[in-house]
Design a protein around this ligand. Structure first.
Ligand SMILES: [Zn+2]
Length: 431
């Protein structure tokens, strides 16, 4: 079945941080065949060229690449919006007790399915998730994603110290379990396995080394972990690794820094760390709702982008306070304002789609609308509430029309979500 979608089709030809608004384009229609986008352009011409196509007319709604959430913890779905802790207390009070439950495959399956239902209804088509220490949690995640045919990344979270009994593995079992799960899930359909030490405070140098060895043996995998989220965390790392030059060095020394490394947060970086991250081609993932919710600090988007760092955007659920990438863009705007750089709507939208896809080394597959790309799409109603509708009435261009939805929109703005060329949520209307 060939599908022709009509609407305001937003896509990018470059990074708007580098090229400004010329990087963004608006078209009228796109054509999908075999799960991929085959054409983008004027409505009349595409209707003529594809007379057999089934037409869905979304009117004035925006059609974009689906959102790509580059750092999440799906096992924390049920503890989102828990009150009043900073990072280490948060882990001990909320995260670890909840993660214990994922040794039970049925529980893990129930949460994984709920997580995908919530994110798809928010227009998110791809995520990169931490699981728990239990292989069951990884199986549950990838099985739920495969059922939905979604492009996803995930890995078993490894911890061999400073975590409760029942949530600790060892250097050897972390290596063995990760290797087995990688063999089972990596490059199966749209799934990719990610080697996943939680962070240096919960891994011994021996465990980090074992995972560095595994990464060297499987260089096409990504590796994800956390870096410099809070100042007391950084002080703790200094105590735990007295030989290391800085936080990044605890990973670098064990073979966990190169292109394909994905570091969540990266707020309080030293000049040496910034230089090495850039040189290595690593990815930094900005998690603004989490950074304000847990009180971590202000990510320097302006400075880091100007320096040429590879940056994606993410919710960090459940440390982040929303499943919505719209809410996450709004928080990125607010953090940017506090840090002295007002991000343009085009920059915010790019970060939530192509920026995150690029951070995950998948921008040739997802995160944009262009011939050859996988047809993962979100259709956004730009007048989803009375408050938003009245604010957009006098909009002179697409960015003025879009910004109130970025700042005030939620899942009510998501008119439809398409995954691999199929409408999986919301409306598909004939025309
Ligand atoms: Zn995280």
């Amino acid at each position: 079945m060939t599908e022709l979608l009509l609407g305001q089709v937003l896509h990018f030809t470059a990074d708007p941080f580098e090229q400004g608004l010329t990087a963004a384009c608006l078209d009228e229609a796109l054509v999908i065949e075999g799960g991929r986008i085959i054409a983008v352009g004027p409505a009349d011409a595409l209707r003529r060229q594809h007379p057999q196509a089934r037409v869905t007319d979304y009117g004035r709604a925006l059609i974009s690449a689906g959102f790509v959430d580059a750092h999440v913890h799906y096992p924390q779905t049920a503890i989102i919006a828990s009150w009043g802790k900073r990072l280490i207390d948060w882990l001990n009070s909320y995260t670890f007790p909840e993660e214990m439950r994922f040794s039970n495959l049925r529980y893990a399956q129930a949460v994984a399915n709920r997580y995908f239902d919530l994110t798809v209804s928010n227009g998110t088509t791809s995520v990169c998730s931490y699981c728990t220490i239990h292989p069951e949690s990884v199986d549950a995640f990838f099985t739920a994603a495969a059922t939905r045919n979604q492009r996803v990344w995930a890995g078993k979270t490894c911890m061999d110290r400073n975590a409760p009994e029942g949530l600790r593995d060892t250097p050897q079992s972390a290596y063995d379990d990760s290797k087995a799960l990688l063999g089972k899930w990596h490059a199966q359909g749209r799934a990719s396995y990610v080697i996943t030490p939680r962070f240096s405070p919960t891994s011994t140098p021996e465990q980090l080394h074992a995972l560095g060895t595994l990464w060297r043996e499987h260089p096409d995998c990504l590796m994800q972990t956390h870096l410099s989220e809070q100042t007391d965390e950084i002080a703790w790392v200094k105590d735990l690794f007295p030989q290391s030059r800085d936080y990044l060095d605890t990973y670098e020394a064990q073979g966990l820094l190169r292109e394909g490394a994905i570091y969540g947060h990266a707020i309080h970086l030293t000049p040496r760390e910034k230089a090495r991250l850039k040189e290595a081609g690593a990815s930094l993932i900005h998690c603004p709702t989490s950074n304000t919710f847990i009180g971590s600090g202000l990510f320097d988007m302006g400075g880091l982008k100007a320096a040429g760092q590879r940056i994606g955007l993410a919710t960090d659920t459940g440390g982040g306070s929303s499943f919505s990438m719209l809410r996450t863009m709004a928080a990125a705007y607010e953090v940017g304002q506090l840090a002295g750089r007002a991000l343009h709507p085009a920059e915010l939208w790019w970060l939530a789609t192509q920026g995150s896809a690029r951070a995950l080394h998948a921008d040739h597959q997802i995160g944009n609308i262009a011939p050859g790309m996988e047809a993962d799409l979100v259709v956004v109603d730009l007048a989803s509430t009375a408050a938003i509708e009245q604010a957009t009435r006098r909009a002179a261009d697409i960015w003025q029309a879009l910004f109130p939805t970025i700042m005030m929109g939620d899942d009510r703005a998501i008119r439809a979500t398409w995954v691999a060329g199929a409408c999986v949520h919301g409306q598909q209307i004939g025309a």
